[in-house]
Design a protein around this ligand. Structure first.
Ligand code: ADP
Ligand code: MG
Length: 567
């Protein structure tokens, strides 16, 4: 009798077929191993690469480790500790769940796993020898080390498709970058041929982690975006001038899992509107916290795609939140003296659910030191601009004959006010404006004290402040120029600066002028009429030589043309 043509494949062939999907290149191995380390609750992960990962990949973690029994079982297909049944498959909180990464990797490499659960119990070594799982006792260790050598040496067809080690390493770097953005609370180290390529210390501040991934300059330029109702997410996005033709630098994390989702990327792009050049994507990171029951992660063997139960709501939320952030053009911000506050986890950044942070409005990035390239510049004559109108209650749209010029009204007025306050103060011309009703302002004891001792300085600045009762001062008059100021914030800050002056020192005065200008200026969000807009433009011409602030975005006619051309 001849053998039936339909046969169940041997285990090692099945594994190698699965490996075809799971292990495309060295970077996929790194991704699976790092995910395992994260699932094992490691707080420290080291990835050491030799020869682009073709020669060697070592992933070392300080996670839970495995008992001897589990260690050998982990190399069996569909062996997983992460889900037990179909119900749990519907609600996955770990990164892994398919139980096929380790057997797949082991089937296409020289594989070794060393694991242990602390110094007091023996560790285990697990290897594949002639397709058989072999386990030995090993020295104790705290966590797991997986060593993968000679990847695909037994699959020449696959090896042929791999690129030069440098290229393969760049994919690995991308994987580790993504993982490190997903989990700022974990330390990562990545080396290639003994050289450190990425080092990220654990932090609770997403911006700090962004610094190790995007570099210090770019991460500073990034602004915060946050959605606090409906679908919860938060993150950082770069200004339009940092957008690139690759969408790889826009990292999307869903419940701690880095994924690719063209629709989310497209929603972000759409939110930037015409600010973005055609085909470009801003760099950044968006961290989503979704109910695990509403996402299906089991749609792709490498788990890099996700299906959402309500995709259109998600995209609408992204579009709306990013548009709101972009609407304030936070990259044009001028507050160069305030350090951006840390961006700690808003919605849970991690699969095991960290608490949600408080809601907040987008933080403008700082400082704007003029390195935003062609989009910020000084004009010769602002007064000569043709004023077209105000947009977004924040920007003056003008035309200078060759370009569309957009000026931030708040920055423009702050700059004018700074100059006016300075000259008026120097000439003793800062006029008091008595308040109809004195305003009481809460101050601390040091500030209270100063309110009595600095009467002369306060009066020269145009303030009439009376120490009323411990912790409270009455403000009876303010300089005319500062009608708009929020006194409850301004007065304590002003007293703080005065506390540092001894006599009239120029440097402190400059700090005071800046403070007053910042508080007194017209804000974004205020509708202004044509007359005031023109006054601002003319006023800007009197402020030449003022400290350089980014106050405008300029779009050349050719650039406009390109934005609208069909290519
Ligand atoms: P999955 O991650 O889908 O469960 P894997 O093949 O990647 O499948 O891993 C199989 C099992 O081995 C995991 O479920 C886990 O229990 C164990 N394991 C793998 N890597 C580690 C590690 N670094 N630390 C502790 N346990 C691990
Ligand atoms: Mg896994």
């Amino acid at each position: 009798m001849t053998a039936s043509p339909v046969q169940i494949l041997p285990e090692d062939v099945i594994n190698r077929i699965a490996a075809g999907e799971v292990v495309e290149r060295p970077a996929s191995v790194v991704k699976e191993l790092v995910e395992n380390s994260l699932d094992a609750k490691a707080s420290n992960i080291e990835v050491h690469i030799g020869g682009g990962g073709l020669e060697e990949i070592r992933v070392l973690d300080n996670g839970s480790g495995m008992q001897p029994n589990d260690a050998s079982r982990a190399l069996l297909r569909h062996a997983t500790s992460k889900i037990r049944n179909d119900v749990e498959l519907q609600c996955i909180k770990s990164l892994g769940f398919r139980g096929e990464a380790l057997p797949s990797i082991a089937s296409v490499s020289d594989f070794e796993l060393l694991t242990g659960q602390g110094p007091d119990v023996p560790g285990s070594q697990v290897m594949l020898e002639s397709q058989e799982v072999v386990q030995r006792e090993a020295p104790p260790r705290d966590g797991t080390l997986v060593i993968v050598r000679n990847l695909f040496s037994n699959v020449p067809a696959r090896r042929k498709f791999l690129k030069a080690p440098r290229t393969e390493f760049s994919h690995i770097l991308e994987v580790v970058r993504r993982a490190s953005l997903a989990r700022p609370d974990v330390s990562f180290l990545l080396t290639h041929d003994n050289r450190t390529m990425l080092k990220a210390r654990c932090t609770d501040d997403l911006r700090a982690r962004a610094r190790s991934v995007f570099g210090s300059a770019l991460s500073k330029r990034m602004f915060e975006v946050r959605s606090t109702d409906g679908i919860l997410f938060f993150g950082l996005l770069g200004p339009p001038s940092d957008a690139t033709t690759s969408s790889k630098k826009l990292h999307i994390l869903i419940n701690g899992r880095p994924i690719r989702d063209p629709a989310i990327i497209s929603a972000v792009r759409q939110a930037y509107g015409p600010l973005l050049e055609r085909g470009k994507t801003p760099p950044g990171i968006l961290v989503f916290d979704l109910d695990p029951g509403t996402v299906d992660v089991n749609v792709h063997p490498a788990k890099t795609e996700i299906r959402f139960s309500e995709p259109s709501t998600l995209y609408r939320n992204v579009l709306h939140a990013v548009r709101t952030a972009v609407g304030t053009s936070p990259w044009l911000s001028f507050e160069s003296d305030s350090e951006t506050r840390p961006l700690t986890a808003g919605p849970a950044a991690h699969p095991d659910g960290h608490p949600s942070g408080p809601s907040s409005t987008p933080t403008p990035y700082s400082p704007a030191t003029g390195d935003t390239k062609a989009r910020s510049m000084e004009l010769e004559h602002h007064g000569g601009l043709r004023y077209l109108g105000q947009t977004a209650k924040s920007f003056l749209v003008c035309d200078d004959g060759t370009r569309l010029v957009i000026i931030d009204q708040q920055a423009a007025h702050e700059r004018i006010l700074l100059q006016t306050i300075r000259t008026h103060h120097e000439r003793g011309m800062l006029k008091h404006q008595p308040l109809l009703f004195p305003e009481s302002v809460h101050v601390d004891s040091g500030q209270y004290e100063l309110a009595t001792t600095c009467q002369t300085e306060l009066s020269a600045l145009g303030f009439d402040v009376e120490a009323a009762a411990p912790g409270v001062v009455f403000v009876r008059a303010v300089p005319q120029l500062l009608r708009r100021a929020e006194l409850s914030q301004l007065i304590p800050e002003l007293l703080d600066i005065l506390s540092q002056t001894s006599g009239q020192q120029m440097a402190y005065n400059e700090d005071i002028y800046r403070l007053l200008a910042r508080h007194g200026c017209l804000k974004r969000g205020e509708t202004i009429g044509t007359d005031l807009a023109r006054e601002l433009l003319v006023g800007l011409d009197t402020t030449r030589g003022e400290r350089s602030v980014t106050i405008m975005a300029v779009l050349g006619y050719t650039e406009l043309d390109r934005l609208f051309s069909q290519d």
